[in-house]
Design a binder for this molecule. Structure first.
Ligand code: MN
Ligand code: MN
Length: 260
């Protein structure tokens, strides 16, 4: 069993369309620890124990403070689950991981490839984190699942960075490769179909079901060293349904981090 830290990053200043995800971390926790669900994963791991340290939520002033905070929360070699925040947080998080894991694989679940060279002039927009990660050599292998917004610019970026994209239009979950290096999982809530997760800034129909994402994560047989759950926007949610899905994913990811 492994020790795990949790950190919440209250940050949505790099969102291109709507704000809101800065409020998400506390609400995801509130859903998980409400009386609505128990704390046992589907695979039978109880996530309530002293292996897990919750460091609370951080209010961010400067974008790169996210790397400094992350560095502190993994300095003892602990694994880390981050609650976001918009997807821009993943670049500074992975920057911090790179010092510990020079060979890192990433599984990225999202409607969007987030590979823009820059978005409206900002290279650190939430539309760009995986371009920054790849051009810095912070990931050996980047596998993207659920993509359904690939435009010519991002397709050429994917080719340049040799990204293994599994688009929704011809998705075969059995074709997703095994990971050999330490693995980081980045889960953008808009990877789910908006029917399952309406509480996101960018509704992109034709997405993954809750079951598909849970099956994908449960099936991973690799050393998982970190994960994030990003882009939950409480301002667009209905009856907290996206909060509860994010909480369920938090539980399942913590279970995998503990055991793998
Ligand atoms: Mn994203
Ligand atoms: Mn997205």
């Amino acid at each position: 069993m492994n020790k795990i830290n949790i950190q919440g990053i209250n940050w949505d200043a790099k969102s291109s369309f709507q704000r809101g995800p800065a409020k998400a971390p506390a609400l995801i926790r509130k859903a998980l620890y409400s009386d609505s669900m128990n704390l046992c994963t589907e695979l039978g791991t109880t996530i309530e124990n002293d292996l897990i340290t919750d460091n609370g939520d951080f209010n961010i002033e400067d974008y790169f403070d996210i790397a400094t905070i992350t560095q502190k929360n993994i300095e003892n070699g602990e694994k880390l689950l981050t609650l976001g925040g918009d997807h821009s947080i993943t670049f500074p998080i992975i920057k911090a991981f790179h010092d510990h894991y020079p060979k890192l694989d990433i599984l990225h679940i999202d409607a969007h490839a987030d590979l823009y060279h820059d978005y409206e002039g900002d290279p650190y927009s939430h539309a760009c984190p995986f371009a920054r990660i790849m051009e810095n050599g912070y990931a050996v292998k980047l596998v993207q699942v659920g993509i359904r917004t690939l435009n010519p610019h991002q397709a050429s970026q994917a080719k340049k960075f040799d990204v293994d994209i599994h688009e929704m239009r011809n998705l075969d979950l059995t074709a997703i490769p095994n990971f050999k290096n330490p693995l980081y999982i980045s889960l953008d809530m808009d990877g789910f179909d908006p029917a399952f997760a309406p509480g996101v800034s960018h509704h992109e129909p034709g997405g993954l079901s809750s079951r598909q994402v849970i099956d994908l994560i449960q099936g991973i047989d690799a050393q998982i060293v970190g994960a994030d759950i990003v882009e939950y926007n409480p301002d667009r949610d209905f009856n907290d349904m996206t909060a509860y899905l994010a909480a369920k994913m938090m539980k399942e990811l913590l279970g995998k981090l503990m055991v793998h």
